[in-house]
Design a protein around this ligand. Structure first.
Ligand code: 13P
Length: 253
């Protein structure tokens, strides 16, 4: 089953107007220069930059995503943004359940599942994040944790068209530490098995499972050539045009 790789940048809480626009323009230009790339590209800037980045990406094949959303369409939710609002400004994707949101905002699997269902209903694709802490890995519980996060945070009617999974070991995020390729492949294969149980084999075989956590130009090739790794969710290295593109090129895009 050929799955088109997704190269996704999570800009997190970085970028003011001028940097965001310059970064998006740079990425758009480089992706255009690839002609017909074998991969799909996505950038997820902070909310404040979505509209300007959308403009900067015009005419390119780079998709726009946000980093979170509420589960309601509108109403009295101070500080929140709805899936419909994201659609309105040109997003096609939203990242949900990132470990930084699970940690900083106490987001539960149940809440993430509710958000994902609302995002799908609004016509957005979701990138649902899972991943174990260092303690959980050391205790031999990585697969158990990821399994339970998939069971709890992925809506049961999700399909390979509206959902992407991102496996991001918490201890690998922003640390320069990366699991061995054997460990990455073991978790990705296990995740696909759980997806098959939850969503059926057809969806599981077609659903993209990204790896995230200290992906750099230098390790992209070995990580992204693993059989069940269908792209990358990139933090730090997605803030530099050269690094983001080098990761894509080194991954055969
Ligand atoms: P880094 O690539 O900076 O480790 O971040 C990964 C991540 O959290 C992407 O969502």
């Amino acid at each position: 089953m050929a799955r088109r790789k997704l190269i996704a940048g999570n800009w997190k809480m970085n970028g003011q107007l001028a940097d965001g626009i310059a970064l998006a323009r740079g990425i758009a230009q480089e992706v255009k220069a690839l002609g017909k790339p074998a991969c799909e590209f996505l950038v997820c800037p902070p909310f404040t930059l979505l509209t300007s980045v959308k403009k900067a990406l015009r005419g390119s094949k780079v998709a726009l995503g946000a980093q979170d959303c509420h589960f309601n369409a509108k109403g009295a939710h101070t500080g929140d943004i709805s899936p419909q609002m994201l659609k309105d400004v040109g997003c096609s994707y939203v990242i949900l359940g990132h470990s930084e949101r699970r940690a900083d905002h106490g987001e539960s699997d149940e809440l993430i599942c509710k958000k994902a269902a609302a995002a799908h209903a609004a016509g957005l694709k979701t990138v649902i994040c899972i991943g174990e802490t260092l303690k959980q890995r050391d205790d031999g519980k990585a697969i158990e944790v990821c399994t339970s996060q998939i069971m709890g945070s992925v809506p049961s009617d999700s399909t390979s068209t509206d959902t992407v999974i991102a496996y991001e070991p918490v201890w690998a995020i922003g640390t320069g530490k990366v699991p061995t390729t054997a460990d990455v492949e073991e978790v990705h294969a296990a995740v696909r098995k759980v997806l098959a149980k939850k969503l059926g084999k057809g969806n599981a075989n077609k659903m993209r499972i990204l790896y995230g956590g200290s992906v750099k130009p230098g390790n992209a090739k070995e990580l992204l050539s693993l059989p069940d790794v269908d792209g990358a969710l990139i933090g730090g290295a997605s803030l530099k045009v050269e690094d983001f593109l080098a990761i894509a090129k080194n991954s055969g895009c």
